[in-house]
Design a protein around this ligand. Structure first.
Ligand SMILES: [Fe+2]
Length: 245
């Protein structure tokens, strides 16, 4: 019974293999038109094509009647992240980290309100301190190196709305949301409320990234924030904070 059963399974495998080879020979594996279209959707983009696509996508989001709907915004951010990952092998203009100079360098790829796209180089261990992107959303894609992204969001965005001399002296609450350890090709996004503040720390190899933001006000603004309790917050924990002066 055992021998017979094994032989049967072997026969069945050979039959399946023969059938599969027959399908290959018959052209079953030739890409269908939908598969070709899907592959084109995933292909590399030149820098100019990426910029044009991001601009069109961001305008589409802003002009949509349901732009303020959080789920629609997430759909936009996922599409933005997908575009950013598709930038092919290009030399990013103007990025230079000379020894002894600033540990950052920026190159503006496009600044055409309401959209900005920057290429950013960070030296090993360089850090962008915690800062907000109120009235904006966007995403970044790591091109090389490694990068840790630590996210927070306002518990009550209205409580932190004032800035400068009108900033609330008592500060405001931030919720620690996520920490992402990005490797080349990976992305992080932030919404107008979700994960709206972040701190970025380059790994030991440094980091080169592209970031793309769409802003709702007349200009792209962000301010640094200081946590009143410097102990590291775990995801979900709330920390009191205030704007840096
Ligand atoms: Fe930022």
């Amino acid at each position: 019974m055992w021998i017979h059963s094994t032989a049967s399974r072997g026969l069945a495998r050979r039959t399946l293999l023969g059938g599969a080879l027959g399908l290959v020979g018959s052209g079953f594996c030739r890409a269908s038109e939908p598969a070709k279209a899907a592959a084109a959707e995933l292909g590399d983009l030149e820098l100019d094509a990426l910029v044009a696509s991001v601009r069109a996508l961001a305008r589409g989001w802003r002009e949509a009647p349901n732009a303020a709907d959080g789920r629609f915004e997430e759909r936009y951010l996922a599409a933005l992240a997908s575009l950013l990952t598709r930038l092919g092998e290009v030399e990013l203009p103007g990025l230079e980290l000379a020894p002894g100079s600033d540990p950052f360098d920026f190159a503006s790829l496009v600044y055409y309100p309401p959209i900005s796209i920057f290429a950013i180089a960070m030296a090993p261990g360089a850090r962008f301190d915690l800062h907000d992107h109120r009235r904006a959303n966007g995403g970044l894609c790591l091109r090389s190196g490694s990068l840790e992204c630590r996210h927070y969001e306002f518990v009550d965005p209205a409580a932190a709305a004032e800035s400068g001399a009108q900033a609330p002296a008592a500060g405001f609450d931030l919720r620690r949301t996520s920490t992402l350890a990005l490797r080349s090709g990976q992305t992080a996004t932030l919404g107008t409320e979700r994960d709206n503040l972040h701190e970025l720390v380059a790994g030991p190899e440094g980091a080169v990234l592209i970031d793309a933001f769409c802003f709702l006000g007349p200009e792209l603004r962000s301010r640094e924030v200081e946590l009143l309790d410097p102990s590291v917050a775990l995801p979900g924990e709330i920390r009191r904070a205030r704007w840096k002066t």
